[in-house]
Ligand binder design. Structure first.
Ligand SMILES: [Zn+2]
Length: 238
């Protein structure tokens, strides 16, 4: 190779390596940095997972809706928000929803030191377990971002790491119908692949009403019941 070709080849290899790292660290279903729970192989199963709560402006309304339809969901709670809203965290647990660890302050763990990763996971675990009086078994890294030490540290605390296979971008303002459409498309795709559906939604962050997410949830539940889907939690897939 000529020198420019060599430089180009090295740059291309570096680009692939960087691209590979981003895929492994940030692609929600990637298993390269270690096992991440996504879904099982029963296409009739669907898990509704709500992140970033508890949020007094949205979580109570969501709990009412889930209770009305007798659907059990999963809530990945932020430790700082649990400290501000302990009664609401206990209300989620009392309604028999599954509660998981979503770190103390919601940083991108792929870029944090080993010490920070440990304290984010450990502090949230201790606080949530003390608050609800039950053991936590699931962990969802903020933004789905991880590297091997994140998964390793979670395992040390007895936590299985859970991501998703349907993303709705519901943290951006959009009509409920747009959230519903993404879920319908995702479920159709997962059924074609022969796997269950793990839907990422948000009842947090703090003080946002999340009305489109709550309205979309009502339609997602009606759809799922019409098509014979069963609601599960990701514990079924660990
Ligand atoms: Zn989050």
């Amino acid at each position: 190779m000529t020198r420019p070709e060599t430089v180009a080849a090295v740059a291309a290899a570096a680009g692939l390596a960087v691209g590979g790292w981003f895929y492994a660290a940030l692609y929600p279903t990637s298993q390269i940095f270690g096992r991440v729970v996504i879904a099982g192989d029963d296409p009739a199963e669907v898990a509704l997972t709500y992140d970033d709560g508890p949020n007094p402006s949205a979580t109570p309304q969501l709990l009412d809706l889930l209770a009305k339809h007798q659907v059990r969901a999963t809530f990945f709670l932020i430790g700082d928000s649990v400290r501000r809203e302990p009664a609401l965290a206990r209300q989620i647990a009392a309604a028999r929803h599954l509660i998981g660890n979503h770190t103390m302050t919601h940083p991108w763990l792929s870029y944090q030191s080993a010490g920070r990763i440990r304290s984010e996971i450990a502090d949230a675990n201790a606080l949530i377990e003390d608050t609800i009086g039950a053991k936590i078994t699931l962990f969802r890294p903020p933004h789905g971002a991880r590297r091997p030490i994140v998964l390793h540290t979670a395992r040390e605390f007895g936590l299985a790491t859970v991501n998703w296979n349907i993303i709705t971008h519901d943290w951006r303002v959009q009509p409920p119908a747009s959230i519903v459409e993404k879920v319908r498309n995702g479920i159709r795709r997962n059924r074609a692949y022969g796997c269950g559906s793990n839907v990422l939604l948000h009842d947090g962050a703090m003080d946002q009403p999340r009305t489109p997410t709550i309205e979309a949830t009502e339609t997602i539940i009606a759809d799922a019941k019409d098509t014979g889907m069963r609601f599960v939690t990701p514990e079924a897939w660990v």
